[in-house]
Design a protein around this ligand. Structure first.
Ligand SMILES: Nc1ncnc2c1ncn2[C@@H]1O[C@H](COP(=O)(O)OP(=O)(O)OP(=O)(O)O)[C@@H](O)[C@H]1O
Length: 696
């Protein structure tokens, strides 16, 4: 990495410079993710072996690795090839056997001379009631045994790579560790009693007992913090640099927002008002907005988006809202058009389906500023889409888009303000790790008058009863979604299952009553199915997970999810969130294929216990781990070597706060501590930060 400080060179030099690593072993290290001495140092022991001398193997519960002094007794050489060579030994309390395979008799006589005493260390197990130590790790004279480390760390290994090799290399790497100026705030170091960086590494690699392997030791806490802090410095730097770029000030005067609000049949919730205020302030300021709006299902993100868009239109600009699917783009159009038209503004929908003259007409109206608000799917990115003056890009459902798309839409105007909306509540810890470079607004309040959703677990064996109940609910005028099993590997299989269920339900509930929507239907058919369901012409909508995000049909009050155990918690929460959106009482039936495994049952129970998306997200994180919750690959969530995002959320929050504090005072990292932090950035390979710093 360009500009790396010289003191760090030895840590990023070739691995083969370390003792015991040659061209053959280096690739083995690569397999455990170790490509430099630094990587090796950041690979902490995962376990350890206690080598402290015990009087007898009876002093520890077997099987276990034990170190005892023994008197060597009778030898029983292998009776035949491939059979074991046994030596009887006696420690302070009991007899046991030391066993070797393929050992030469003369070597054994020298190795374990009868009548003499030796310290032996190895794993003792019971075979047919006889305690045996097979191939001891050490056979030593008493004096040599004093040199045994009392506690020997163990490391992740791979085929061909022995612990001995790793430990030796590790020692070599530790010899290269030097003291570095402290980058953590002095107050934090003092409060927590943390060692300096080099002392922490040395101590983390020299545990004295299993207790020293816990991630709560000062050394490990410190090292985890270093990792988190470096990452937070990067995100904070990115955020600060983005804000430094001049933005457009779009101070709306509020006249359109007032009129829109006056026409609404309800009042915004406190959370909606707060979020709008934050956004409007950002828009009015001459810095570029980069904000995440996180709202639980049904919390009313659309209204926030509308008011934000109106604010930039008030200021003379245009706004675009991009949805992840055509269904959702259309739905936004249907929800927003009636609110926007009376204001004398023009709103348009642009999707991949617009062709020929309609498309041309929309594009020219957009380019000359006649269209104020544009809705659409990723069709909004196409290169021939030009705005007269795009000032705000809103991206709905972050998870379906990557960072790149965010940028492309942002590039369609001059210094476009960006608002990303996500319906997936992310535990705060993860949102800091993933979106630390964005400002955050949270809708943590639902519109008033919503009733709790009744959630029940039903075995698929009771399908007939479920259908019978559904029939009487339809008779009572209710509407339902029926979600078919998730088949991640195959959209075709998923669609086929949905088609079959559709047929069966039509037979049971009447042809006219049941609609179908899945990912493989032609767009026009999807639209028609949605429109029929919204208008109440169909009473049941059989669907795959295309229904998952954002669909809003407040009259639907029943959600049936088949093979619910296949879905993740976040997904179930999203699906269930399609009901309970009006003032009527709603029901969610989670059907499962028996037998239900324990983990699946635990997930279903959480769904029954709570409707709070943030709590569900926390539980999901606890049950599945950070990578799975966000899908590490596409989320861009960093993989930490030492820090654990699930367990060390408080450390992350602290790192976040401290990074902002440091960069607030020293935006270019030029103070003493700032320079120390630069070293940390190199140490933690934070390329993005290094780049940002070098651009200035
Ligand atoms: N303040 C409010 N009071 C009453 N109803 C509201 C309020 N805000 C929004 N709503 C209604 O709540 C429903 C859900 O709103 P919206 O579709 O914006 O939710 P959302 O946040 O996009 O949720 P999801 O992510 O689940 O789609 C809509 O029918 C909307 O009209």
């Amino acid at each position: 990495m360009a500009g790396r400080p010289e003191v760090l060179f030895p840590l990023f030099a070739d691995l083969t410079g370390l003792p015991g690593i040659g061209p053959k072993t280096a690739p083995l290290f690569a397999r455990i993710g170790v490509e430099s001495p630094r990587d090796l140092l950041m690979t902490l022991p995962t376990g350890g072996t206690d080598r402290r001398l015990k009087p007898s193997i009876l002093d520890v519960p077997l099987p276990a690795t034990v170190t005892v002094e023994v008197e060597i007794g009778r030898h029983a050489p292998a009776p035949a090839k491939g059979r074991p060579y046994r030596v009887s030994v006696r420690d302070a309390k009991t007899d046991f056997q030391i066993v070797y395979f393929h050992a030469r008799d003369d070597w054994m006589e020298r190795h374990l001379p009868p009548g003499e005493r030796r310290v032996v260390s190895g794993r003792v197990e019971l075979f047919d009631g006889v305690a045996q130590m097979v191939h001891p790790d050490h056979v030593l004279h008493r004096a040599q045994a004093e040199a045994l480390p009392p506690f020997e760390p163990t490391y992740p290994l791979t085929a061909g790579l022995t612990l001995k090799t790793v430990v030796k290399a590790q020692r070599g790497a530790l010899d290269r560790v030097m003291d570095l100026p402290e980058w953590i705030a002095p107050q934090i170091v003092a409060d927590r009693g943390w060692p300096g960086w080099s002392a922490a590494l040395k101590s983390a690699h020299a545990p004295d007992s299993s207790a020293d392997l816990a991630d709560t030791t000062p050394a490990r806490q410190r090292l985890a913090y270093d990792e988190l802090f470096a990452h937070q410095v990067t995100l904070t730097l990115a955020r600060a640099r983005a804000r430094r770029k001049p933005g457009r000030a779009s101070p709306g005067d509020g006249h359109l927002r007032e009129r829109a609000l006056a026409a609404l049949p309800y009042r915004p919730t406190g959370a909606q008002t707060r979020a709008v205020q934050q956004i409007v302030e950002d828009l009015a300021a001459p810095v570029r907005m980069n904000r995440l709006l996180q709202g639980d299902v049904g919390s009313g993100k659309t209204l926030v988006a509308l008011l934000a868009m109106l604010a930039v239109v008030e200021a003379g600009g245009q706004a675009a809202l991009m949805a992840p699917t055509e269904i959702l783009a259309r739905q936004h159009m249907e929800a927003l058009a009636p609110l926007i038209a009376p204001l004398g503004l023009r709103i348009a929908l642009l999707t991949g389906r617009d062709k020929g003259t309609t498309r041309q007409e929309k594009l020219s109206a957009l380019a000359n500023g006649q269209i104020h608000i544009l809705l659409g799917t990723h069709a909004l990115f196409q290169s021939d889409v030009d705005f007269a003056d795009l000032r705000l890009a809103i991206i709905d459902e972050q998870h379906r888009f990557g960072v790149r798309e965010r940028m492309t839409l942002g590039a369609k105007g001059r210094a476009v303000d960006i608002l990303v909306m996500t319906a997936t509540p992310i535990p705060r810890s993860l949102s800091l790790a993933q979106y630390g470079d964005m400002d955050l607004s949270v809708l943590d309040e639902k519109p008033p008058g919503r009733q709790p959703i009744e959630t029940a677990l039903v075995s698929a064996e009771r399908m007939d009863q479920v259908v019978a109940r559904l029939r009487s609910a339809l008779d009572a005028g209710r509407q339902a979604y029926w979600v078919c099993p998730l088949v991640e590997e195959s959209e075709v299989v998923e669609a086929t299952a949905a088609e079959e269920r559709h047929r069966a339900l039509r037979v049971a509930l009447g042809d006219q009553n049941v609609g179908l929507v899945h990912g493989r239907l032609p767009p026009a058919e999807k639209d028609a199915a949605m429109a029929d369901f919204i208008a109440g012409r169909t009473r049941v909508l059989v669907a795959t997970t295309v229904i998952e995000v954002g669909v809003n049909v407040p009259a639907a009050t029943i959600m049936v999810i088949e093979q619910a155990e296949r879905f993740g918690l976040a997904q179930l929460h999203q699906l269930r969130g399609r009901v309970g959106r009006g003032s009527e009482k709603s029901t969610c039936l989670l059907m499962y294929q028996p037998p239900l495994g324990e983990a699946a049952r635990a997930r279903m129970e959480i769904m029954r216990e709570t409707e709070d998306g943030f709590r569900i997200a926390d539980e999901d994180l606890r049950l599945r781990g950070a990578g799975d919750v966000l899908g590490t690959a596409q989320s861009g969530l960093p993989r930490f070597r030492i820090a654990d995002l699930e367990r060390q959320t408080a450390l992350l929050a602290l790192a976040h706060k401290d990074a902002r504090l440091l960069l607030g005072r020293d935006p270019d990292l030029t103070s003493d501590r700032g320079r120390a932090a630069r070293t940390l950035l190199y140490l933690m390979e934070q390329d993005r930060a290094i780049r940002l710093l070098s651009v200035g």
